[in-house]
Design a protein around this ligand. Structure first.
Ligand code: HEM
Length: 207
């Protein structure tokens, strides 16, 4: 086996083909979630599914450097090498979340308000602005346009803002339903990993 083949283990999926595959899987899964019940219930399934796929992809990108430092192996090397695509996969997943939210607000505005959709618009909307800015600057050319310092600040701030958004949305549900506690546990674990193993990512704090 050549060293190049070894380097590409364990999944073989890399870079932009990885992002394309993620986007295709996410789209099919969201449509399947909707089709499983149809109507407002199907849309809610799609909203919940995309919130959870977003969490997984976000955490993979968020913890990539820390996990590689903690445990360098072919999996964490793959995760680190593809963190840009994993982050963009998160953005695609959250775009599907937004599409499902819009569908619910149009087809069932009463249920949408009852779920707190309108009050989420401000906090969630600001998170979407951050996600859009991060996604737009995740390409070599656009990253070069804003320069390395602004890029670093935007992506550092954005990563923690998104982490906080997940903590708030899952935290609200965890108060009412213990089934949500594992999500909080995973988010706190990811936070601890970053703080312990990613200290180099905190230039603002080190100054
Ligand atoms: C304009 C912005 C947003 C709106 C209007 C919105 C709306 C909603 C609604 C209505 C639900 C409830 C679905 C249900 O229980 O049937 C939901 C669930 C959720 N959203 Fe969003 N959302 C927004 C942005 C975000 C953002 C930015 C995040 C995180 C970064 C997020 C994470 C979640 C999570 C974690 C859930 C719970 C999923 C579950 O129950 O498993 N949302 N959202």
């Amino acid at each position: 086996m050549s060293s190049e083949t070894k380097r590409r283990l364990p999944t073989g999926l890399e870079g932009w083909p990885l992002l394309g595959t993620l986007a295709a899987i996410l789209t099919v899964a969201t449509l399947a979630a909707f089709a499983s019940s149809g109507g407002s219930e199907g849309i809610r399934m799609a909203i919940r599914l995309t919130a959870r796929t977003s969490l997984v992809l976000f955490l993979l990108a968020f913890t990539a450097s820390a996990l590689f430092r903690l445990c360098p192996n072919p999996w964490t090397r793959w995760q680190l090498r593809n963190r840009r695509q994993l982050g963009l996969g998160f953005a695609v997943s959250h775009l599907l979340h937004a599409i499902a939210i819009t569908a619910l607000s149009v087809t069932d505005p009463i249920l949408f308000s009852a779920l707190g959709g309108s009050s989420m618009l401000l906090a969630g909307g600001s998170a979407y602005l951050v996600i859009a800015a991060m996604a737009a600057t995740s390409f070599d050319r656009t990253a070069a346009l804003i320069g390395p310092l602004a890029w670093r600040r935007l992506h550092l701030f954005g990563a923690w803002y998104i982490w906080l958004s997940f903590m708030v949305t899952f935290g609200k549900r965890a108060q009412l339903d213990m089934a949500y506690w594992p999500f909080i546990g995973v988010l706190l674990g990811a936070c601890a990993l970053r703080l312990i193993f990613n200290r180099l990512s905190f230039p603002v704090l080190r100054r």
